[in-house]
Ligand binder design. Structure first.
Ligand SMILES: *[C@@H]1O[C@H](CO)[C@@H](O)[C@H](O)[C@H]1NC(C)=O
Ligand SMILES: *[C@@H]1O[C@H](CO)[C@@H](O)[C@H](O)[C@H]1NC(C)=O
Ligand SMILES: *[C@@H]1O[C@H](CO)[C@@H](O)[C@H](O)[C@H]1NC(C)=O
Ligand SMILES: *[C@@H]1O[C@H](CO)[C@@H](O)[C@H](O)[C@H]1NC(C)=O
Length: 424
């Protein structure tokens, strides 16, 4: 999409054109939006044996471990109000069921977060208005064990386990873990946890507990110094990178975040080909969902999404002169909102500066999305049985569904990690 020519212009004018032209030409009217966000502030998921706040847990977190807090509700309301401002001209002033579709994972905190966002986005859905005007809005979900869209098969998917093993056996990973041997044995002593088996994951859980407590103004035990927290943050980032990054990041994505990415693209294709009035889909999920999506987009940068972080996909009709045969005249641009007081960051996938033509976006992300017959979950040790040809997403979902039945789904749990030092 490089623009050439302008030989006689001054450098300044050329720069100005380069800065202004692409946006001016490419930013056509919005046609569809997909949003994926993390739930709001929550109680820690767990405790550890020496946790000084362990016994007070039922007073500190009266709604229970892992539950959304009042602060979490406020964060989601605020995100909803931001969305109302951003899409004021795009959505009808009141909720219309044919325009907006909301799906959540089947956790209290994500279901509640979805409702809080909707109350911010559609004031009539806020119970704070008058009772006569209150209009509840449906939030769809499926049982956690059947959720192949927003919770990914991890432990239950032998192929994914193979890929993960390849990452954790890599020299770089092993060296990092070795470097933390002393740290982990001290951590084990501090916390009373035995860190054998999955030391990094257990270390992450400790970090989750500490960060939640700190965010709620609780004093941390003396050993939990800034240095210790920062090392725990690095450990957690290594663990996440092993799950969503290289080697074979694209194949990992086909079994995780690529499924959601594919569903979003399929949502838009359906809207377009059937001429549906649907304008927006909202997916209420977890940091693990966003991280997997980041992995599928090739954008994971070591940063963990804070509460209420929101990744948006905006589809616009393209008003430039370049025709995009694959994608129709549509561009896609991504934004990421992880801070309340700043405009969202605009993101672009490697190889396609925003706004990216949809056809090109599809091409670039194809390796990270499940193939048409569905991604293969069984390990390479088992002989491959050719799955019947089924439509794109249905295929992926069916294969994953069969293979993950009855097995534990979560290789890493949603966390309440925040950028260290950030305020909640
Ligand atoms: C940690 O180590 C000290 C000194 O060796 C010991 O007294 C203490 O009991 C240990 N704490 C835990 C929780 O294992
Ligand atoms: C969007 O995708 C989700 C997940 O596949 C699906 O449940 C929903 O029905 C889709 N909506 C449309 C309009 O395609
Ligand atoms: C894209 O726009 C051009 C010019 O506006 C038009 O000629 C072409 O048919 C459009 N292509 C598609 C696939 O809609
Ligand atoms: C927001 O995301 C950007 C990009 O990943 C990161 O650099 C920044 O630290 C994040 N801010 C917070 C508060 O998480």
């Amino acid at each position: 999409m490089a623009r050439q020519g302008c030989g006689g212009h001054t450098a300044g004018l050329l720069l100005l054109l380069l800065l202004l032209l692409p946006r001016a030409l490419l930013d056509g009217p919005l046609v569809f939006v997909a949003l994926v966000f993390r739930h709001g502030d929550r109680a820690p998921l767990a405790s550890y044996p020496t946790d000084p706040h362990k016994d007070a847990a039922s007073t500190l977190w009266p709604r229970g471990l892992g539950q959304l807090t009042e602060e979490g509700v406020q964060q989601q309301l605020e995100l909803g109000r931001f969305l109302r401002r951003r899409y004021k001209a795009f959505l009808s002033p009141e909720y219309r069921r044919e325009e907006v579709y909301i799906r959540s994972t089947d956790f209290d905190r994500t279901l509640e977060s979805a409702q809080a966002i909707l109350a911010g986005l559609f004031p009539e859905a806020s119970p704070r208005g008058s009772e006569a005007d209150w209009r509840p809005i449906p939030v769809h979900t499926v049982p956690v064990a059947e959720d192949k869209l927003l919770r990914f098969p991890m432990r239950s998917c032998p192929r994914y386990q193979e890929l993960l093993r390849e990452s954790t056996e890599a020299a770089e990973y092993q060296e990092a873990v070795e470097g933390w041997t002393d740290f982990l044995s001290r951590l084990s002593n501090f916390t009373g946890l035995t860190l054998v088996g999955e030391p990094l994951r257990k270390a992450w859980k400790v970090l989750d507990t500490l960060i939640c407590q700190r965010a709620h103004g609780l004093p941390l035990p003396p050993w939990a110094s800034p240095d210790v927290l920062s090392t725990l943050g690095q450990i957690s980032a290594l663990d996440i990178r092993a799950h969503v990054g290289p080697p074979r990041a694209a194949e990992k994505a086909q079994l995780t975040g690529g499924i959601l990415l594919d569903a979003i693209l399929a949502n838009f294709s359906r809207v377009q080909s059937l001429g549906l009035p649907l304008r927006m889909v909202l997916y209420s999920a977890h940091d693990s969902t966003l991280l997997a999506l980041y992995g599928a987009l090739g954008l994971y940068d070591g940063h963990t999404p804070p509460y209420a972080a929101c990744l948006g996909f905006e589809f616009r009709s393209y008003v430039g002169d370049l025709e995009d045969e694959d994608g129709g005249n549509i561009t896609i641009s991504l934004f990421y909102r992880n801070e309340t007081h700043r405009p969202p960051l605009s993101l672009s996938v490697p190889g396609c500066p925003a706004p990216c033509l949809l056809g090109r976006f599809r091409q670039l992300t194809a390796p990270a999305r499940p193939p048409a017959r569905g991604a293969i979950c069984h390990g390479s040790s088992r002989p491959a049985t050719a799955p019947a040809t089924v439509p794109l997403l249905a295929g992926a979902v069916a294969v994953l569904a069969v293979l993950s039945l009855g097995l534990g789904l979560l290789a890493w749990r949603p966390s309440c990690l925040r950028a260290l030092g950030g305020t909640v």
